[in-house]
Design a protein around this ligand. Structure first.
Ligand code: GDU
Length: 344
């Protein structure tokens, strides 16, 4: 377990599912204080009542507002920066909102952390930041660039700044697995965008492990990726149907705004300089300085022999393997038990 004894932790966007799960993991680690920073007073109130834990403190604010983040940063040792706009469709329709939260907000968090002498900042990102096609991914890609630019300017400073990239977190709010479960419960057809579309599959617990791994191992400007298996959406739908013992019809709805057929967790150029750490890749930053000649005349060798690390090229799970993975999710097991009880 990561050594968090006597540390003060700040979690931006801390009232979300990541914040809750991270708390599950670190509440017994002997932290001096855990600060939850977010905009939503109702969610904070619910979390405060549910936890009833004196070491957890709540800070109302918005990462877009530097003053509010400065107010929460005093005395902090470690920041997990999870505050973001994450929904692909809403960022597509309101890209400037994504810029303000994911780009300017991340800049505020990083600069505030540096000026308060925080030891480590881990910024949470997404596979959608690699070869981005939607505003959510583009703004998260810029967050990584901002983290690395701040790292380059702080090579000898006190604050280590790193980023991580998630794949799809299974059963996260608004995602496809709970949607399929709901459709089955209501006896409706399953809506499939494209049965051949692939996505990395990651549990929330694995995502937490990735963030803690980054905290433990980060060097200035690193990006960490957790290796993960993937499946096609068609197989995912089939696996959910099999577990619920139904054969509901399937409707094809086509690719949605800003979607890709497959996601990439790391590009071939990144893999060329990445360190394979077993379950993880460490992608070191390009730490050449602002001597432009190096960029123009001294490029790096092409990574022609490598392939991108994508949901198409990673380990592909079969339908029965997806079923087994789904059964590890407590939320899905609970839905399944209720569904079976209803049918009994
Ligand atoms: O009715 C649907 C909805 C989705 N899909 C497919 O299921 C896969 C997963 O879709 P999700 O909506 O669960 O996940 P996304 O990859 O689109 O993106 C998810 O993860 C992102 C973070 O990376 C954001 O949080 C986003 O809002 C969230 O939906 C995709 O191939 C999608 O095309 C369907 O087949 N049918």
């Amino acid at each position: 377990m990561t050594n968090l004894q006597d540390k003060t932790i700040l979690i931006t966007g801390g009232t979300g599912s990541f914040g809750h799960k991270l708390l599950d993991n670190v509440l017994t680690a002997g932290c001096r204080e855990i600060r939850i920073f977010s905009r939503d007073e109702l969610k904070q109130e619910q979390m405060r009542i549910q936890l009833n834990e004196p070491t957890v403190k709540f800070y109302l604010g918005d990462i877009r507002d530097r003053e509010s983040i400065d107010g929460a940063m005093k005395g902090v040792d470690l920041v997990f920066h999870a505050g973001a706009l994450k929904q692909v469709p809403s960022c597509e329709f309101f890209p400037m909102q994504a810029v303000m939260t994911n780009v300017i907000g991340s800049h505020n968090v990083i600069e505030s952390a540096i000026s308060h002498g925080v030891r480590s900042v881990v910024c949470l990102g997404t596979d959608k930041a690699v070869y981005p096609v939607n505003a959510m991914g583009m703004t998260k890609a810029l967050m990584e660039k901002i983290a690395q630019a701040a790292s380059r300017q702080n090579m000898s400073g006190d604050t280590i700044i790193s980023s991580v990239r998630y794949g799809n977190v299974m059963y996260s709010r608004g995602s496809v697995i709970p949607l399929f479960v709901e459709q089955i419960k209501q006896g409706k057809p399953l809506t499939i965008t494209d049965p051949q579309m692939t996505r990395f599959l990651m549990s929330l617990q694995t995502a937490i492990e990735l963030v803690l791994f980054a905290f433990e191992h980060a060097r200035q400007g690193d990006i960490f990726v957790r290796k993960a298996p993937a499946c096609t959406v068609g197989d995912l739908a089939q696996a959910v149907q099999n577990l619920f013992g139904v054969s509901t019809p399937v409707t094809s709805i086509g690719i949605r705004h800003g979607e890709k057929m497959y996601e990439a967790l790391a590009s071939r150029e990144e893999l060329q300089k990445a360190e394979d750490m077993g379950d993880y890749f460490r992608i070191g930053m390009d730490d050449r300085d602002l001597n432009y000649a190096k960029y123009v005349t001294e490029g790096e060798q092409a990574a022609a022999q490598l392939v991108d690390y994508t949901s198409d090229s990673t380990q592909r799970l079969s339908v029965s393997e997806v079923e087994a993975l789904l059964l590890t999710l407590p939320e899905l097991r609970a839905e399944l038990a209720a569904f079976q009880a209803r049918g009994a």
